[in-house]
Design a protein around this ligand. Structure first.
Ligand code: HEC
Length: 137
């Protein structure tokens, strides 16, 4: 016979488990055959370049990098909006675009310290989506 505390713990565990399922299929089971990885590779180059341009206080070059990221993230948002097995994907892409918008504003204001913080926040959001949905190599 389960004690009351034991039963509660079991319910909580079930709730957490269901929460995990709500995140969708696990990454290795998702079909990415129609995914444009070039967009991701372009973003990878752009964010590395952006990081060094923010460090070097080169606003024009940094703003050019943000354009590449805007295109890639908008592609990702549209792609994941049609991917019910990865229901959190579009939200991650939107969150990344919000970080990118504040990042671009701080570059325009030549506030490179703030911009640096927004680059970190953006990279974290790339990673959140990858942790949830990018299949292991
Ligand atoms: C909404 C989810 C999502 C976001 C946001 C996202 N990615 Fe990805 N990314 C993926 C998925 C899914 C894959 C794996 C695709 C596959 O295996 O075909 C991937 C793959 C990659 C790859 C590997 C590409 C290759 O050569 O196979 C790189 C590099 C990458 N992402 C960079 C980034 C960067 C940089 C950002 C942030 C600016 C970012 N991604 C944001 C979902 C995302």
């Amino acid at each position: 016979m389960l004690s009351a505390a034991g039963a509660t713990a079991a319910l909580v565990a079930a709730a957490i488990f269901n929460g995990a399922l709500a995140a969708g299929a696990s990454a290795p089971d998702i079909d990415y055959s129609d995914f444009d990885e070039d967009q991701m590779r372009a973003m990878d180059d752009a964010i590395k370049d952006l990081d060094s341009n923010v460090g070097g206080h080169d606003a024009d070059a940094a703003l050019a990098n943000t354009t590449v990221l805007r295109d890639g993230l908008s592609y990702a948002e549209k792609y994941f909006a049609k991917k019910p097995e990865a229901p959190l994907g579009a939200g991650f892409a939107r969150e990344a675009q919000e970080h990118l918008a504040t990042l671009a504003k701080s570059i325009e204001a030549k506030d490179f310290d703030a911009a640096n913080g927004h680059v970190r926040a953006l990279v974290k959001t790339c990673k959140s989506c990858h942790e949830a949905y990018k299949p292991p190599e």
